[in-house]
Design a protein around this ligand. Sequence first.
Ligand code: GDP
Length: 435
Amino acid sequence: EDTPRQLNLAIVGHVDSGKSTLCGRLLHALGRISKKQMHKYDKEAKEKGKGSFAYAWAMDESADERERGITMTVGVAYFNTKNYHVVLLDSPGHKDFVPNMISGTTQSDAAVLVIDASIGSFEAGMGVNGIGQTKEHSQLIRSFGVDNLIVAVNKMDLVEYSKERFNFIKSQLGIFLRSCGYKESAITWVPLSAMANENLMTAASDTRLSSWYDGNCLLKAIDTLPPPHCDVLKPLRLPICDVFSSQMLGQVAICGKVETGAIRSGSKVLIMPSGELATVKIIERDSSRCKLARAGDNIAIGLQGIDPSHVMSGGVVCHPDYPVPVASSLELKILVLDITVPILVGLQFELHIHHAKVSASMVKILSLLEHKSGKASKKIPRFLTARQTAVIEVKLDKEVCVEEFSTLKALGRVFLRSQGNTIAVGIVSRVREQA
Ligand code: GDP
């Protein structure tokens, strides 16, 4: 079974930066959307008065497919490069993009940050007074442990493919990205135009670009990302993204990404937090059956010998001898987003962790971290405001499966939501009490 490595890729960036156009181009060119389909989208989009959004529509249909819950709930689109089977996470292109983006980035191995290079737009993304969306997104994906970043400097056609403009963006944003903790060597900068199809799948053909740029096109940049770190030797952890039933997989089927370890058909697994055992009947990867799946694979499995009521999204499939920790008291390191109402001790919110969602409250602020040094400040505030970073203690209404971020990133990333808004994002710095 020598399938190409899977690479989960998040596409992030400012609204209207061109994420959907860019994704649509890749998918179209690499065969995931047929010409006929594309034609249909074009027509539909024009009828609805959104001509230029043809590609964006293509992405939206994938989102619908996902909602019908066919197989992978997280991956909406796939394409292959020489080295990778690339899964694009979450459909971009919607205004309420941050939460969408986060559910994708918690699963991603790397990200493409799309920048609108046109005059004024890049500047808006960087924020005139305060933090723009570009900055916010870069900070977020970094706080979720995404180490490798491709910066797609899009809409270069609007600035005459200017080398000076590209270098200006590279230096301005570069300073910020390094301050977020990205290593210089882990950032790839690619000037392109998604609309004009310049430097996306093949080297630039417009001489205004090719005269000064001889680096990788976007596809090549994706293909040369370092392979995701996979811990096949650690005990099995498969967070359950969705539970469903299907003809292929039977009454109790689940899907999700194997984060660590491996899973074999016929083997016994432990379903947490219910603590029930089940037998793996069928494993499906890319809609075909396989005997074994390993860390990094997105799969669907059919389970036997378990009551469906004991299997729920937000749970974790484990090796019977090595159950995942379960806890209801956590220490979190969080980054507060641009909120207008401060976060007070006692605040009730929704905690999202891998695919679990649980009511929680902030019990205590343990420390406030200074932005520049990252060190804890002497004084502990009574509340938290926008853009602060703090370590807090939270109490959950019920127990969830959780790992410290340092142990397993995917099970130690959180986001905090209140009244439909994401108020903070962060990581689990300590599991305070285990069941
Ligand atoms: P999203 O919100 O980030 O998904 O952005 P869209 O892909 O929907 O694009 C927003 C707008 O920018 C649309 O009108 C696109 O046609 C346009 N656009 C996208 N890429 C380019 C580009 O490379 N050049 C130009 N001139 N326009 C672009």
